[in-house]
Design a protein around this ligand. Structure first.
Ligand SMILES: Nc1ncnc2c1ncn2[C@@H]1O[C@H](COP(=O)(O)OP(=O)(O)O)[C@@H](O)[C@H]1O
Ligand SMILES: [Mg+2]
Length: 231
């Protein structure tokens, strides 16, 4: 499903050059639950942006479902981000003063889902994450864990094959973090491919595979077979 081949990313400005990713290679198959773990500044968010088709590598290739992402048009990239990938961010990225229901419906507005269908689907996914009784609450009326569950419901409404989460428990209390991890494990059992970025080892432990990254390089991959194949 995902092939990352010899990917490097260099950020340049007038005076400095930062190599955020240095010749990274791995594959992720459909149905995997992978954590990408590393300390702050190791290149995790950079890798997430590339995997999410939000940014492109400086060199190397990213192949998603057989298509080289770096060669796609902006329209096609926008479509991939809307339909193929569900994003979950550390800061939730919900609209303030807007109900859980409206937040969850938003991707469907851009995704050409019939109006009659939007509400039913939003309701279904909010119930799935245990927020059936909070659908009319605005973001500011919800706890961190609840906001992240709204964001997870939002990530699911276009039925994406991949869920990409960047530090999903970074801004929430630890008792609520385990609820979030339980939801990801359920989703993975239902067949969703999950890629979760974290700097916390106890959060990474919930995944089936851990890719360790340091200074822009993969230093360990618990799925060694995949590491061999990616070379
Ligand atoms: N837009 C940018 N411009 C310049 N340097 C950047 C930019 N984004 C990230 N970096 C640098 O790239 C490295 C990796 O950053 P990042 O991918 O955000 O790491 P992490 O998410 O693991 O903390 C860091 O040294 C960071 O300072
Ligand atoms: Mg980061």
């Amino acid at each position: 499903m995902i092939q990352i081949k010899n990917v490097s990313k260099v950020y340049r400005n007038d005076t400095v050059e930062t190599k955020a990713l240095d010749d990274v290679a791995f594959e992720i198959k459909k149905g995997e639950f992978v954590a990408i773990m590393g300390p702050s500044g190791s290149g995790k968010s950079t890798l997430m942006h590339i995997l999410g088709a939000l940014d492109t590598p400086t060199s190397g290739t990213y192949i998603l479902d057989g298509e080289e992402v770096g060669k796609l048009s902006d329209d096609k990239l926008a479509e991939i981000r809307n339909k193929k990938i569900g994003f979950v961010f550390q800061a939730f990225n919900l609209l303030p003063r807007t109900t859980a229901m409206k937040n969850v419906m938003l991707p469907m507005v851009y995704g050409d889902v019939a109006k009659s269908e939007r509400e039913a689907r939003a309701k279904k996914y909010l119930e799935m994450v245990g927020l059936g009784d909070r659908m009319q609450h605005t973001s500011s009326q919800l706890s961190g864990g609840q906001m992240q569950r709204v964001a997870i419901a939002r990530s699911l409404v276009m039925d994406p094959a991949i869920i990409l989460a960047d530090e999903p428990t970074g801004n929430i209390a630890s008792n609520q973090a385990s609820e979030i991890m339980a939801i990801f494990q359920d989703l993975n059992e239902q067949g969703h491919t999950i890629i979760m970025i974290t700097h916390e080892p106890d959060i990474a432990e919930h995944a089936k595979r851990i890719i360790h990254i340091k200074d822009g390089k993969i230093v360990k991959d618990s799925d060694k077979h995949s590491q061999r194949r990616a070379k």
